[in-house]
Design a protein around this ligand. Structure first.
Ligand SMILES: [Zn+2]
Length: 310
């Protein structure tokens, strides 16, 4: 069990640099007719296919690009045209340069004139803070950078016979989070604004906050239409973990909200961070959600405390 937890953790940590990718297999899950979830190591990849080509959300690690391309080619031989990054962390953008190079941006065509100029390689779309965060990191190859950014609340375009809506979620996991809504397929890809594995990692160094996480959970739930009394309806691909529906995201929002309220109450009463940690405000949630390191109880409680506005 301990070993399994460690394995899961290593698969999640954006901070772990040296990894062995040889044994990683890319698993493909069909989510809807033309939407797939690719699971390897790092953030889940979403793939949408159709007559216009291929759209990919997030790219895991560069070392896995060969395996990821093989998995993509088992589903479609169309051109890779769009890559969307949900945020800037290395386990979500590591394969950007490789997958960009494997695709191309057509001249004009059917993908929307406002989405950038034709050029070599697939287009990489992200919120502008993703580019700013990546450009500040000298270890990030500029070939990995987004080639098209947006700074408004949302970015819409039409691809493979459906509207694709990219929605900025300010200051949740980071300051540059996007969730992506496939309107016809009825699938939402959340990046790390929603995960099923552990407590959220609030990346305070990049503007993440607990209230931003709760706002993002509400935005996701707002887009979901469930099937009355049953599983199903809109499906949600999380940044890490398993395919979800409304019940899963509601449980997540409840956990975030209750923990936030408990810690806010303690902070309002003047308790220090040390006192709040000692009071164990998440003890009933720890068996389900606590991980290690950045996903630990201590890290979660600390980041909630620190990012609550006074
Ligand atoms: Zn992340």
């Amino acid at each position: 069990m301990k070993k399994l937890l460690l394995l899961l953790l290593f698969g999640l940590s954006p901070l772990l640099l040296a990894q062995d990718f040889d044994d990683v297999e890319i698993q493909t899950l069909k989510v809807r007719d033309n939407i797939y979830m690719l699971v390897g190591q790092g953030g889940n990849i979403t793939m949408q296919t159709g007559n216009d080509g291929i759209l990919i959300i997030d790219t895991q690690y560069a070392e896995l690009s060969g395996k990821i391309l093989t998995a993509i080619r088992e589903l479609s031989d169309g051109p890779i045209r769009h890559i969307i990054n949900t945020h800037h962390h290395g386990d979500h953008v590591g394969g950007n340069a490789n997958l960009k190079a494997a695709g191309f941006t057509p001249v004009g065509g059917n993908v929307g004139g406002d989405l950038g100029d034709a050029g070599e390689g697939a287009r990489i779309l992200a919120h502008e803070n993703v580019l700013l965060n990546m450009a500040q990191d000298p270890d990030v190859d500029p070939e990995m950078w987004p080639t098209l950014t947006y700074f408004t609340e949302k970015k819409d375009f039409w691809f493979n016979d459906e509207g694709v809506r990219v929605l900025h979620q300010p200051n949740a996991h980071t300051n540059g989070d996007s969730i992506v809504f496939f309107r016809k397929s009825d699938v939402i890809t959340t990046g790390d604004a929603y995960i099923t594995s552990y407590y959220p990692f609030i990346d305070m160094s990049a503007g993440g906050t607990i209230n931003g996480f709760i706002d993002a959970a509400n935005a996701i739930i707002d887009l979901i239409i469930p099937v009355y009394g049953q599983d199903g309806g809109t499906l949600v691909i999380p940044g890490h973990g398993r395919l979800s529906d409304i019940g899963d995201v509601i449980n997540w929002r409840e956990m975030l909200t209750i923990v936030r309220d408990r810690i806010k109450d303690m902070k309002d009463r003047g308790m220090t961070l040390e006192e709040v940690l000692a009071a164990r405000p998440t003890s009933d949630y720890d068996p389900r959600w606590a991980g290690e390191r950045i996903f630990s109880t201590e890290n979660f409680v600390t980041s909630v405390y620190m990012t609550l506005e006074d």
